[in-house]
Write a protein that binds this ligand. Sequence first.
Ligand code: LP5
Ligand code: MN
Length: 246
Amino acid sequence: MTPATLFIADLHLSQARPDITAAFLRFMAEEAPRADALYILGDLFEFWIGDDEPNPLHTSVSEACRACVEQGTPIYFVHGNRDFLLGREFAGRAGVTLLPEHSVVELYGKPALVMHGDTLCIDDRDYQRFRRITHWPWLQWLFRRLPLSWRLKVADCMRNTSQNANQAKSMSLMDVTQLEVERQMAQYHVELLIHGHTHRPAIHQLTLDGKAARRIVLGDWYTQGSVLEVTPTGVELQTRAFEEQA
Ligand code: LP5
Ligand code: MN
């Protein structure tokens, strides 16, 4: 079998969408164990309020990840804007390696910059302010110590506020800022960038310093799965159909 590295993002797993969970668990059982590595580039979960939340969905996801890792496929996880609180305890249980927000990884001899993608959307100043604040370590420390029911309420309130705010934002404001893409790719000396977040799957060709470069955007898992397969000879952005509900 050709060696392949797989990338997924923006599954937004929740108990409200068992069809997405089923597609993810199938992918983890049938496809991920055959890969050289699996990268999950953020927003695996609809939201995350702490590793201590007793949620059967979290248990089935951690068990599926662990089983895959035990079969020899390492799993790397980058935080998204929904699950940035996912911590070392859950990662340890699942056997996944947490990566920093921006990482350069070697893919069959070529460096690639991988990230969730929200840090590329710098024109969305309200979001970037929200992000800065919710990443304050002392605020996260405090939040993690609130009772579960309060944390759930805060998350719910943030989701509602965010949804309302997004309705007033233009599509271009919520997309990446091209100059920031180019700045980060130059900073990390890469000709390949892979990210999610915008839910606009595409392979963008660009020119950096006179050289051909690519930005690959993973799709979400709302109506179908989205998987990027990288092999020594190329890249392919693929989809996976969800199973029909009985
Ligand atoms: O998520 P999505 O795609 O809808 O929109 C994102 C940006 N929104 C967010 C907010 C998340 O959806 C909320 C996640 C909850 C996480 C769990 C709780 C952890 C709490 C930790 C506390 C330390 O990321 C959205 C972007 C969009 O992507 C496109 O890039 O535009 O940004 C916003 O909507 C931010 C708003 O513009 C402004 C901020 C609203 C703040 C609400 C604060 C409410 C506080 C309530 C406290 C009681
Ligand atoms: Mn996101």
